[in-house]
Design a protein around this ligand. Structure first.
Ligand code: NAI
Length: 515
């Protein structure tokens, strides 16, 4: 697998946010780079942005003046398509319109050598369809960088139907040589990241629509219990609701309105109101100098419990028993088919996708309070809990007091099936399992894409392995039963892993990001 070498000439079309960033990445790697834009002012802005980025690196002492000058000297200001002749690789980053992209790339093809590679940075268009409109579809591939390209490591190498595997190999090796983290995938709506990430937004929006908790509390749970870098609402506010809603709509439509990807009316309302997030000063949260940081609703102090009985195997929640002992609580283990924590006689359980109300209705000995999955129970600052509608008085206090005794804050949410983190993780893993089963990407690349591209604390499939494919599949089955919707159907591959008791990753190979 041969990477392009620094001797190879690279052409970048479109000098906007992405094109200028991609040109910078290629300059950093030692290439001569031609940057072209149809709008001369945009070209100047793009070149100015690259120069300013190098200036900042100099200010930080990361590069010296000579390196800055040498890199800028290798940047060619292309006045027209003819100036791209001789390029070994053309990367297109112009407006997201397949007709415009096909027209410009057809012009470029006319000046390229036969063995030059044509790459598109499209986020949402079909690489197959774009390739089919060019003279040599075999040399067309997706090279999907993330914004800002010089900073974010992930690059999705997207093969269309006709893409020559050798072309994908060269792009993969080149992206590695450029110090990026490449993953391979087939041309499909949203590729890996924009598809697998949909439930992160979708489930949070749904929980908010059902008023399980307010946006700030759901954000705090995803962050401080789930380990996600940002909560879904603050992240959508940062991305911009116009952009995020458009991506969701495009994936939903491209997948023939599969209910799994259904957009949310709540988000549409924000778009209609012009509350686009940070950039307009208001989204789910308010921004600006005088805006207070949105505060989650957390439970008031409750009495410390005296005795804890661990009944059965708590599975992924097992660390809670040790944490309770470390906190000085008297902990006793008893065998049992149920997986419960009995705190002063009140039964608590990790959510299995059923609400506590439903559990208690089916079995009066079952959990009166359910709690959420945590990224790491020892490190979690917040734990989400929900209490059954028919729970005895004091049940919630016992649960709150228990987690507070472990040093946690407690977010009491409505009795929503699957709570917040478990439901999100189950749906992310379900989506990732489909991506693997459908041959879009490998399990390793799918997890790597989600950790490297959107900074997830753990790949969805590594998370499925940790919870266990079988318990996770039960969560989905219970969600499907609770809602009666196709949205929560189990991926056939996840079901098979659950039935066979097999993980997605071989135990030693789980691509987990260092904390
Ligand atoms: P942008 O609007 O910042 O820049 C696009 C540039 O292309 C503009 O400077 C424009 O003058 C130029 N352009 C438009 N039509 C042209 C033509 N016919 N010939 C030459 N230049 C032309 O857009 P941005 O954000 O850089 O996006 C570019 C591409 O990258 C799109 O396909 C987008 O979907 C994709 N992308 C965007 C990401 C983002 O976060 N902004 C992330 C990953 C991919």
């Amino acid at each position: 697998m041969n990477a392009l070498t620094p001797q190879d000439f690279i052409a970048v079309i479109g000098a906007g946010a992405m094109g200028s960033g991609i040109a910078q990445v290629a300059l950093d790697a030692g290439h001569r780079v031609a940057l072209y834009d149809a709008a001369p002012a945009a070209l100047e802005r793009g070149i100015g942005a690259i120069d300013a980025a190098y200036r900042r690196l100099r200010d930080k002492g990361r590069i010296d003046a000579a390196t800055h000058a040498a890199r800028m000297a290798r940047l060619v200001r292309a006045g027209g398509v003819a100036d791209l002749a001789g390029a070994a690789l053309v990367i297109e980053a112009i407006v997201e319109d397949i007709d415009v992209k096909a027209r410009v790339l057809a012009e470029v093809e006319a000046v390229l050598d036969d063995d030059a590679i044509v790459a598109t940075n499209t986020s949402s268009l079909s690489v197959t369809a774009l390739g089919a409109r060019l003279r040599r579809p075999a040399r067309v591939a997706g090279l999907h960088f993330f914004n800002p390209a010089p900073v974010l490591p992930l690059v999705e190498i997207v093969s269309g139907k006709a893409t020559d595997p050798a072309v994908a190999d060269t792009l993969f090796a080149t992206a590695r040589a450029w110090n990026k983290v490449p993953v391979r995938c087939a041309s499909t709506p949203g590729f890996i990241v924009n598809r697998v990430a949909r439930p992160f937004y979708g489930e949070a929006l749904r929980l908010l629509a059902e008023r399980a908790a307010d946006a700030a509390t759901l954000d705090a749970i995803l962050r401080d219990c789930g380990g996600f870098r940002m909560g879904a609402f603050e992240l959508m506010d940062m991305i911009g609701h116009d952009v995020n809603y458009a991506v969701t709509r495009s994936v939903y439509d491209a997948l023939y309105q599969d209910p799994r990807y259904k957009p949310s009316l709540l988000q549409r309302e924000l778009v209609d109101a012009g509350w686009l997030g940070r950039k307009s000063g208001r989204g789910f949260h308010r921004y600006g100098d005088d805006a207070a940081r949105p505060a989650p609703v957390l439970a008031a102090p409750a009495p410390r419990p005296s005795a804890v009985v661990v009944e059965g195997d708590l599975g992924v929640a097992a660390p809670l028993a040790r944490l309770a002992a470390d906190a000085g609580l008297a902990v006793r283990h008893v065998p049992g088919a149920r997986a419960l924590l009995r705190v002063d006689g009140v039964a608590l359980a990790l959510t299995d996708g059923r609400g506590a109300t439903r559990r208690l209705a089916a079995d009066p000995q079952d959990a009166a309070v359910v709690f959420d999955l945590a990224f790491d129970y020892a490190g979690a600052a917040v734990i989400a809990v929900a209490v059954a509608d028919q729970a005895p008085a004091g049940a919630l206090d016992a649960a709150v007091g228990f987690f507070q005794a472990l040093g946690k804050q407690v977010a009491v949410v409505d009795d929503a099936p699957g709570l917040v983190v478990m439901r999100t993780v189950a749906m992310l893993a379900n989506e990732a399992a489909d991506v693997v089963q459908q041959g879009i990407a490998s399990a390793a690349d799918t997890d790597l894409a989600m950790t490297g591209g959107v900074n997830y604390p753990r790949g969805p499939l590594a998370w499925a392995d940790l919870v266990g494919p079988a318990p996770l599949q039960r969560v989905l089955a219970n969600l499907a039963a609770a809602y009666g919707e196709d949205r929560y159907r189990t991926s056939p591959l996840l079901l098979r892993r659950a039935l066979a008791g097999q993980p997605f990753h071989a135990p030693a190979a789980a691509p987990e990001r260092a904390a």
